[in-house]
Design a binder for this molecule. Structure first.
Ligand SMILES: [Zn+2]
Length: 541
């Protein structure tokens, strides 16, 4: 009797142990990161009634975080993608901007530039040199690849987007050259062209879209803003109004055609089809472990820069992206299995509306004159330090001010002159604050949110000697609209999660895109050692 009881006890104990050693749910077969370049958080509120496919499905079947924002200053593409992929902010992942002044080389350095690698061209000659080596921490994809043997595929028209989603390796990392004349990978990722990518591109030449036209998808009455606004800045060959034909400026599929195609939903549709094809041909989601797919759709950013966020073009772009993402999810359902994968969608930054449109509405808005800033700084430094130039670079795209070698050290040694220079910059219209490098080397735990934002974007050796923060609704660019500020226009983005391990619903807590990678890692049973964000546990099963 006694031995039989003992046996039963042992069996129960064994069963209990077995149940507890199993993961809560089977891990996903595929983890998908989708980035919509320049998607403002409020686009969901403004446009969701236009949607019926992919974006609609993510909102209704997934977890929608309505209060997500980047807490840092440099709200542009390269740092945004790096934050999504690593779970860290620029001061940790090392990417403060899309490009920065390289003090040693005496020139602008692109965030993915790597002279030690060679780019390989799929449908044109290899050109440029790109890798993720300037990214100083591993991505989610890197950790999945090195610890779990995941197959990693990332793609985007933009090199910085495809590369930052992958990180330091991957099976197929694909992007287009800067002049848009060929698809590329580099020797950082592959010894030779990836056959599956080569096959897709050969069967789907971009030039097949030449002569087509971008027309409005929705009934005319559905568009909220006028089509033909004088402050929109379309590319050569297009007017401010629909339709936008892909005819280039010379009636042939040349560089001007590629520019038009790049500023249209056709570029996203192409990217989505390539992503689906690579999932199928590279058998993502059909290996022993969780694979990783990263797709960054660039067209919303291109359209937003030219036509602004309050345009029929941006509304139509999002309506068409809803279809593109719907098609991609349908093909993931077929290839991987419905609910067998997890998707996270977010954006790398938002966008500030066209300043002239805001001025028309009597709002405080405008364009910061960077030439004026440099002139005022030089006028202070000339009498004190001698004639000639003292400023090495101020680029409106990042608003980091770099002095020529030795100049900033002299300024720091002369507090009155330094204060004079700061005051001169802060007196320029549209400038909110100027920060000096030594103020940004550590991140304050609380208090001044603008200082904290600038410190989170500060990378020693790459960031400027001074960092200029602009006022809300002010931009420093010749584009119709742009982003790069620490304002809610540029910082707020959506976060949508759907699939394996995700509890659907609407969530109002304040979160950041640095929470995405830790959330995916937790679903896959991993932790990311360098992440500053944390798992979005409220939305986990
Ligand atoms: Zn942009």
């Amino acid at each position: 009797m006694r031995s039989r009881r003992t046996l039963v006890l042992f069996l129960l104990l064994g069963l209990f142990r077995t149940l507890h050693s199993q993961p809560a749910a089977a891990p996903p077969k595929l983890a998908v990161i989708i980035v919509v370049d320049q998607m403002r958080a409020d686009y969901i509120d403004r446009f969701q009634r236009d949607w019926s496919r992919g974006l609609k499905r993510l909102i209704t079947e997934g977890a929608w975080f309505r209060n997500a924002a980047y807490p840092y200053l440099g709200t542009v593409t390269c740092p945004g993608h790096a934050t999504i992929s690593t779970g860290a902010f620029p001061h940790v992942h090392g990417i403060p901007a899309n490009q920065w002044w390289d003090r040693k080389a005496g020139r602008q350095m692109v965030c993915t530039e790597d002279p030690s690698v060679t780019n390989l061209g799929y449908d044109g000659p290899g050109q440029e040199h790109n890798s993720g080596y300037r990214l100083e921490v591993p991505t989610f994809a890197d950790v999945m690849r090195t610890e779990r043997g995941a197959h990693v595929v990332t793609l985007s028209v933009k090199s910085r987007s495809a590369i930052m989603l992958a990180g330091h390796g991957g099976d197929a990392v694909t992007w287009m050259s800067e002049p848009l004349d060929t698809w590329l990978t580099s020797t950082a990722f592959a010894r030779a062209l990836v056959p599956e990518v080569k096959t897709f591109i050969a069967a789907n030449p971009v030039d097949a879209d030449f002569g087509k036209s971008w027309t409005r998808l929705l009934p005319a009455s559905r568009y909220r803003d006028p089509d033909d606004d004088q402050f929109e800045r379309p590319p050569p060959g297009w007017t401010q109004a629909f339709p936008h034909a892909f005819n280039g400026t010379a009636g042939k599929p040349d560089a001007s055609f590629r520019v038009q195609w790049d500023i249209s939903p056709f570029a996203d549709a192409y990217t989505g089809r390539m992503a689906a094809a690579l999932v199928e041909t590279m058998r993502l989601g059909r290996h022993d472990t969780t694979d990783v797919l990263g797709v960054s759709f660039s067209a919303t950013d291109r359209v937003g820069h030219k036509f602004g966020p309050r345009s029929q073009e941006i509304q139509d772009q999002l309506a068409r992206l809803d279809r593109t993402i719907g098609d991609l999810l349908d093909r993931l359902d077929a290839a991987v299995g419905k609910n067998q994968y997890v998707v996270a969608l977010s954006a790398d930054h938002g966008v500030t509306p066209i300043p002239e449109q805001l001025q028309r509405a009597q709002l405080d808005a405008g364009r910061v004159n960077t030439n004026d800033i440099v002139a005022r700084v030089e006028s202070k430094l000339g009498p004190a330090l001698g004639p000639g130039a003292h400023v090495a670079k101020l680029d409106g795209r990042d608003m980091n001010l770099y002095f020529l070698p030795g100049v900033y050290q002299k300024l720091v040694a002369s507090p009155a002159l330094l204060a004079d220079v700061v005051e001169a910059i802060e007196s320029v219209r549209g400038v909110r604050r100027v920060y000096r490098a030594e103020q940004l080397r550590s991140v304050p735990a609380a208090g001044d949110a603008w200082l904290r934002a600038a410190a989170l974007s500060y990378v020693e050796g790459r960031s400027g000697d001074m960092v200029i923060s602009v006022r809300p609704q002010w931009i420093s660019s010749a584009e119709a609209a742009t982003h790069q500020s620490a304002t809610s226009d540029d910082q707020r983005v959506p976060i949508l999660l759907m699939g394996t391990g995700i509890k659907p619903g609407r969530y109002d807590q304040s979160v950041t895109p640095a929470d995405i990678a830790p959330t995916l890692a937790k679903i896959c049973g991993l932790t990311l050692p360098n992440a500053e964000g944390g798992p979005l546990t409220a939305a986990l099963r």
